[in-house]
Design a protein around this ligand. Structure first.
Ligand SMILES: Cc1ncc(COP(=O)(O)O)c(C=O)c1O
Length: 414
């Protein structure tokens, strides 16, 4: 039988690509365990943006001169890279946005306001980031549609049985869910949800902000209708992201932002819309950021998303095992085989912000708070958690430093 070997990534070697790891915090290199919030940037991304500004910068789509052509080519090449990353059937279905939040708002406003009304139901989950929760709650409120959340069980996994009761409340029109939870790391069954949504004539909107950096994505295999991603969570610059949408839906939808670039013709009596994707890209876009986003897609693709996923899986297994040995820690979320590289926990008797503060003294950067998931915090019965999250440059030594720091926090404050 043929044995398949999967190349492992070498995180120690990759760290050399990231200038930030030369920084010292209290005399030690930073143990950056906050990648779910935003990732660090490698030299190829920084170089691509600097090079673009130095040699190819102009506004896009408008000029006939050489620099404008180069700028447009850089911007559109980046779109092609993003389209390939998510296996979009067409580049025209990829809209550049300012981030995942803007992509999800675009769908809620441009699709939701025209297609929802009394008697309809919008379904989200208790695990949603506010970016996938609040726009739908707001648009449901504006249109008179009901807004319901699929509950989670004790392990932080969706209780799909609840769908039977939810659908009795009206016509399900939207199911919106993150592929990976930013707080618990839960990997959600969006293929199943998409099939369920389509059987009822509803659309499936996927928030893949936490999935795209860590695993390969295929919008066609997921069977969704919209999928939003974020550049800054996958080694790219902030201020850039992308929304993929099914062409028929995007064609039918009203625009989201209005202004330059998104029009075909304007007169006193009527304005008509540009073709896809420009209909949804009003104004001057984040051009160099798109180029940096494209460079980030190249960077992580070259390392290999499968290798990144396996690396994070090893780290999350290690972290859960080490933290699980400490009786004064509460851990939240599913077992490692059903979660991405994110670990949320609380130290008995110590507020998460104090835990994060003590860890910072040790040069360990983690996040404390509600992680933009207040409904989830309510469900867990806590105001906040401390969260450590890993990426391709994270190393086991950083988990040792996390555990040492937690002992200090417990001993000094607990
Ligand atoms: C699951 C999830 N969705 C959406 C967002 C928002 O992404 P962006 O910062 O690109 O707007 C985040 C960021 O934390 C997230 O983790």
């Amino acid at each position: 039988m043929a044995v398949t070997t999967h190349p492992k990534l070498d995180a120690h070697r990759l760290r050399a690509d990231f200038p930030v790891f030369d920084e010292l915090v209290n005399g030690r290199p930073v143990a950056y365990l906050d990648s779910a919030s935003s990732t660090q940037k490698p030299r190829p991304v920084l170089d691509a943006m600097r090079d673009f500004y130095e040699h190819s910068y102009a506004n896009v789509h408008r000029g006939v001169y050489r620099l404008a052509e180069r700028a447009t080519a850089g911007y559109e090449t980046a779109r092609g890279k993003v389209a390939a990353l998510v296996n979009a059937p067409s580049e025209r279905e990829v809209i550049f946005t300012r981030g995942a939040t803007e992509g999800l708002n675009l769908v809620a406003y441009a699709w939701g306001l025209d297609n929802l009304g009394p008697g309809d139901v919008v379904v989200v989950t208790e695990l949603e980031h506010h970016s996938s929760f609040v726009p739908w709650q707001y648009v449901a409120g504006r249109t008179g549609a009901a807004f319901r959340a699929i509950p989670i069980d004790e392990q932080g996994e969706l209780q799909l049985e609840a769908l039977d009761e939810i659908e009795r409340e009206g016509t399900v029109k939207v199911v919106a869910n993150n592929l990976v939870s930013n707080t618990l790391g839960t990997i959600n069954p969006v293929e199943k949800l998409a099939a369920w949504a389509h059987e009822r004539g509803a659309i499936m909107v996927v928030d893949a902000a936490q999935a795209a950096p860590h695993r390969s994505l295929d919008v066609q295999a997921l069977g969704c209708d919209f999928l939003a991603i974020s550049s800054h969570k996958m080694c790219g610059p902030s201020g850039a992201g992308a929304l993929w949408g099914r062409r028929e839906l995007l064609e039918e939808m009203s625009p989201f932002n209005l202004g330059g670039e998104m029009i075909r013709s304007v007169s006193l009596s009527e304005t008509t819309w540009n073709e896809l994707p420009y209909k949804f890209e009003a104004g001057t876009p984040a051009i160099a950021e798109a180029v940096g986003f494209g460079a980030a897609v190249d960077y992580i693709s070259e390392i290999g998303l499968d290798a990144i996923e396996r690396h994070e899986h090893e780290l999350v297994e290690l972290a859960l095992a080490r933290l699980g040995e400490l009786p004064w820690i509460d851990l939240y979320g599913p077992p490692p085989d059903r979660r991405a590289g994110i670990v949320s926990f609380n130290v008995h008797g110590v507020h998460p912000h104090d835990v994060a503060q003590v860890l910072d003294w040790e040069g360990v950067a983690v996040r404390a708070g509600h992680h933009c998931t207040q409904p989830l915090m309510t469900k867990l019965g806590v105001a906040a958690t401390t969260r450590a999250s890993f990426y391709l440059y994270s190393i086991p030594e950083e988990i040792d430093r996390l555990v040492d720091g937690l002992h200090k926090a417990k001993n000094s404050l607990g």
